[in-house]
Design a protein around this ligand. Structure first.
Ligand code: NAP
Length: 442
């Protein structure tokens, strides 16, 4: 690709998909065209856009001649330097990206689902062909977190990542916390505001967050990631009563994507998590995203911004276009390996099973109001090497049941599950116990 770079007087873009993100990219390239030309030295020109439905209206300033339904007009077009894939999903997106790479095109994508599952194959294909594969828009929309890990923090050993990486879930959790709403009501209101899809499963079940975590783990720790090994639990089981207790204990409940380096293994998990109010990540509200990364040299860092939407995600995709264009113009394509490590420098690391992790825990037991119950429960916890950090016991409720809330010190998850199974079998325990993992976020 670098052969004729000195003669290039423009950078040609082939866009696949003209939905939310595609339109945002078109808008940014048009409105900031002069600025981009000043930064690059040459203009960025949209050569072709592939869309399925050619009858749909076009964004302002776009000539109908650039629209096509024929993918070959992008991936085989000699005037296209960079193929931008923003259709989403697995196929045909994956096939298009692989063909574009094979044809020597550089690729920019925002396709988190595809990268989480097939990233390894795509990274390898791009590296071997010597083309760039950039994917800033795939994690946290407008926040340049991929670039931060791949470049800004590249001299660090990454120790941990705590991310609020799904704006929909964070919006729902914020509503539940601030307005005391139940999950279903908060979800309905979030959908009415346009912040949640008609089918919100990917967001509320934590799958979208797990996709993003898989991408971050891959580039932060230099390891292939088996997406299925990431423990994923969503927010639909969180009830207002637990949010109230969390508040009383000076915590917030957040859907966190967590990754940690643990003696040659990786912890990678997505689940509702209690974090202390005093932690920066606890202050991230509404649709905003944030990633709190600790490196051995830099210490803790926080990246904050909008995680979705046409312009924030378009900002990330267009930023990638500029990066790739600079590499083309200076003959430096492939300068930064797609997965942040050179292929031979990547080391497969095992993702720990959730039962192996150590965490602190919040428990809410619903128990009969009898003097012996607390000691029975404490005894079972003690038998499983779980030590109690604090207890809140409330007065008798109408049915004679009382909530008993406990926070623990660090314990092994497997022990916690066995202890809770035993406790849930006690006659004095009237409902299944609620458990939420707690992180101090260090
Ligand atoms: N939306 C966000 O805020 C956001 C944030 C981060 C990442 N992303 C990622 O960005 C990607 C795009 O998301 P989006 O929200 O822009 O989706 P979207 O609004 O649904 O747009 C996708 C577009 O792709 C087009 N398309 C689908 N299949 C096609 C095909 N085979 N050939 C040509 N065009 C095709 C559709 O065209 P027609 O209109 O012609 O049917 C549609 O307009 C996804 O990977 C998503 O995960 C999105």
């Amino acid at each position: 690709m670098g052969r004729d770079f000195r003669m290039k007087n423009k950078i040609g873009i082939g866009l696949i998909g003209l939905g939310t993100v595609g339109s945002g990219v078109v808008d940014i390239l048009r409105r900031n065209g002069d600025l981009i030309r000043r930064r690059l030295g040459v203009p960025v020109e949209i050569v072709r856009i592939v869309r399925k439905d050619t009858n749909k209206s076009l964004p302002a300033g776009l000539s109908p001649e650039v629209i096509t339904t024929d993918i070959r007009e992008v991936i085989e077009n000699p005037d296209v330097d960079i193929v931008v894939e923003v259709i989403g999903g697995f196929e045909p997106a994956k096939g298009y990206i692989l063909q574009a790479i094979e044809n020597g095109k550089h690729v920019v994508t925002a396709n988190k689902a595809l990268l989480a599952v097939s990233g390894e194959e795509l990274y390898r294909a791009a590296s071997r062909r010597g083309v760039d594969l950039y994917f800033e828009g795939s994690v946290c929309g407008g926040i340049p977190i991929i670039k931060a890990i791949r470049e800004g923090l590249s001299a660090n050993r990454i120790e941990s990542i705590y991310g609020i990486v799904n704006g929909t879930s964070n919006f729902i959790m914020t509503k539940m916390t601030r307005e005391g709403k139940g999950f279903e009501e908060a979800l309905r209101e979030t959908q009415a505001l346009g912040y949640a899809e008609a089918d919100p499963a990917l967001d509320i079940e934590g799958i979208d967050a797990a996709h993003k975590l898989a991408i971050l783990v891959n580039i932060a720790f230099g390891t292939p990631v088996d997406f299925k090994a990431i423990y994923t639990e969503g927010i639909s089981g969180i009830s207002p009563v637990d949010i109230r207790y969390a508040t009383e204990l000076n915590y917030r409940v957040k859907l966190l994507a967590i990754a940690k380096m643990r003696a040659g293994c990786i912890e990678a998990r997505v689940h509702p998590t209690m974090v202390p109010n005093s932690h920066l990540i606890a202050t991230v509200e509404g649709i905003f995203n944030a990633v709190y990364i600790t490196g051995d040299a830099v210490g803790p860092t926080l990246f904050y911004g909008r995680g979705a939407g046409d312009l924030p995600t378009g900002s990330a995709v267009a930023g990638d276009i500029l990066d790739v264009a600079r590499n083309i113009l200076t003959g430096n394509s492939g300068r930064v390996p797609p997965a942040a490590f050179r292929e031979e420098g990547r080391v497969p690391l095992r993702i720990m099973d959730i039962n192996e992790i150590e965490s602190m825990y919040y428990f809410r037991f619903t128990v009969q109001d009898k003097p012996s119950v607390l000691s029975r429960i404490s005894g079972i916890l003690g038998d499983h090497q779980i030590s109690i950090a604090s207890v809140i016991q409330k007065g008798r409720s109408d049915g004679g049941n009382v909530p008993l809330v406990m926070m623990t010190h660090e314990a092994v998850e497997r022990n916690v599950k066995s202890a809770l199974e035993e406790i849930n079998r006690l006659d004095a325990v009237s409902e299944k116990t609620t458990m939420i993992r707690v992180e101090e976020g260090k």
